[in-house]
Design a protein around this ligand. Structure first.
Ligand code: ADP
Length: 396
């Protein structure tokens, strides 16, 4: 069956068409600047060139119509007609406490997702627009919602409660939720497979280091703790997000810089992290380039970043009373051997040794720890779209 995976943002829409039997990506692409000037569709069929089409897209419905017409285009399309789309899987950012797994989309489900909107005001409404637009165009096609938060619903209360008045949890559901769940689930499962161990008997720490970044402790097949919180701002230092810090800093900066809370929140989300410390940018390729030129701020940013990752690994090793596998994934985790090496240098006491030759290899899932290393360290390419397609197939 062909499954269309949709990831809808406020002005963008990413898609992949995946054949569920072979798990091959038949086509992929994205619509950018939906509802804005200069909108464009990028479409790439399997084995073919990327096509870029500038086209007006007033809304997400128009964007989806354009995607579907590309998929059935007689020349570069990959299916004959829309009847060849068997199901649609939607990535949804926040499922609150309502969703501990993927679900087939019904009117009640849409309503329940809507009720989570205040937990993710930037993301969930956009995800819902995508669902509604697809339901309008593909009336009889079954659709499944796959949540970023669902995998972490197994966390115990001791991991998800903040040190706040308990009423904030009961009244407003203020607690840790965690994100990147699809990736943490996929990668931790793959790690156990690669190791030839039972998933249900393995302790894994997944380091999802992309632009957004989070770490997850997966014990015996379930998430027991993760670094992102009520929102994706908590935890690691990220590309442009501050990650965890003293909450009193917000008031302090408001007063010093004469800014509103909203303005400071914008700085914490968009102008902090790697970009904020380095003053160079949020992309680690630029940081490495500057390090190689001897830029001290680039070196300092690298030190702060790796120390931060290592502290979480230490914490989650304690939380699980041990660790069997540390898996690095996402843009930085998959492509940056220096960060992997520097992070692992903190764990000599765990008996971790990195095989430098393996660590420098690219493009395949592999073990990068030396054979004698007590804890196995791996690089695993995450594939959130494939995981969403699998969840969709399992839930229609
Ligand atoms: P997201 O999905 O959160 O937007 P990604 O997982 O794509 O982010 O990660 C993006 C980051 O990965 C980039 O900002 C860059 O720092 C890093 N990255 C991507 N490719 C490479 C590479 N070849 N070498 C080093 N870093 C890379």
């Amino acid at each position: 069956m062909n499954i269309l995976v949709i990831n809808c943002g406020s002005s963008s829409l990413k898609f992949q068409l995946i054949e569920s039997g072979s798990e091959e990506v038949l086509a992929k692409g994205l619509c950018e600047r939906i509802g804005l000037e200069g909108a464009r569709l990028v479409y790439q069929p399997k084995g073919g060139e990327k096509e870029i089409t500038n086209a007006e897209m007033d809304d997400h419905k128009t964007a989806i119509e354009l995607v579907l017409s590309s998929l059935v285009n007689p020349e570069t399309g990959v299916i004959r007609d829309l009847g060849d789309v068997g199901a649609v899987g939607h990535r949804i950012v926040h499922g609150g406490e309502k969703f501990a797994g993927s679900v087939k989309i019904t009117e009640e489900v849409i309503q329940a997702i809507e009720e989570c909107n205040d937990l993710a005001p930037l993301h969930n409404p956009a995800n819902l627009i995508g669902i509604r637009a697809c339901r309008e165009i593909m009336k009889d096609v079954p659709m499944v919602a796959v949540f970023d938060t669902a995998f972490h619903q197994t966390m115990p209360a001791k991991a998800y409660l903040y040190g706040l008045p308990y009423e904030y949890y009961t009244a407003y559901k203020v607690r840790r939720y965690g994100f990147h769940g699809t990736s943490h689930h996929y990668v931790s499962h793959k790690a156990a497979e690669l190791l030839g161990r039972s998933y249900e008997e393995t302790k894994t720490i997944v380091c999802h280091l992309g632009n957004g970044a989070s770490i997850c402790a997966v014990q015996n097949g379930v998430s027991v703790d993760t670094s992102m919180g009520l929102t994706p701002l908590e935890g690691l230092i990220m590309g442009t997000r501050s990650g965890s810090m003293d909450p009193a800093i917000i008031e302090f900066i408001c007063k010093k810089e004469n800014l509103s809370v909203d303005e400071v929140m914008n700085i914490l989300n968009k102008k902090s992290g790697v970009q904020g410390i380095s003053g160079i940018g949020s992309d680690f390729r630029d940081i490495i380039e500057e390090m190689n030129k001897g830029n001290d701020m680039a070196k300092l940013t690298m030190e702060v970043y790796c120390y931060n990752v290592a502290k979480y690994i230490g914490a989650y090793t304690a939380a699980m009373n041990g660790v069997d596998v540390i898996a690095f994934t996402a843009g930085v985790g998959e492509n940056n051997p220096l960060i992997r090496k520097k992070v692992c240098e903190y764990f000599g006491y765990l008996g971790i040794e990195i095989d430098d030759l393996q660590n420098e290899k690219r493009g395949e899932d592999l073990v990068i720890s030396a054979p004698q290393s007590k804890v196995k360290v791996m690089v695993i390419a995450t594939d959130e779209e494939l995981k969403i397609a699998r969840e969709t197939l399992a839930n229609i």
